[in-house]
Ligand binder design. Sequence first.
Ligand SMILES: [Zn+2]
Length: 246
Amino acid sequence: MKTATDGIVIWEVKTGEADRVITLLTPGGLVTAYARGSLKPGGRLTGTTAMLSYSNFELASGKNMYTVTDATSQNRFLRIYAQADRYSLAVYFCELMKYLAPTEEDSSAFLSLLLNSLYLLDEDLKPAWQIKAVFELALMTLAGYMPDVDSCSRCGSDESREGVFFDPLEAAWICSDCLSKEGRIANYQFPVIAAVRYVVHSDIRKAFSFSLSGDACRQFSRLSEDYVLAHLERKPRTLEFYNIIQ
Ligand SMILES: [Zn+2]
């Protein structure tokens, strides 16, 4: 049986002489497919089944997995390929999607998060730290790990006069008044928590539209990465690679 779907290649494994097994993120979930001859230079499927290629795929169902019979390219994000730091960040996004996006379930929100993030990276429209942190927080939220950042976990206040304490494992924060009562110290500026709150409650097309400055940028990056690592069962290898390149 043949089926057609839009999808983006989020993983590839070389197999056989010149073939690839690819993982696609489609609006209907993750799909694994065999792309015969796709590593041959100039082959019919070579470009459309490469990492980050967003295409319309024609798939034939087989015993264990689909086979790609045809593909029409929609976007290949080729400018990302030209910069090692951006490419390694994009591949990290793909690895997280591989772990967190569902199979055979509506994944259109996951797909639009990835496509929006890659578009911003490709067009250089936002700084990489911001694209990375928003992607991480929005993805964790979609995957059911939304942090509870609306109010202080002790007193319920939605603001803080000074710095707050955020615990990535508990996914909650404590305001400065409650911290001083408990004799504890802050680890984040409050505007960082306000930015996290904005991202997790925003539509993905608006989630990148905020600004932070100075140390708050670094804190926001640290919080989002720590948050992913606290809730993911394994440390993504592509993240280590990205951080080395940085
Ligand atoms: Zn409080």
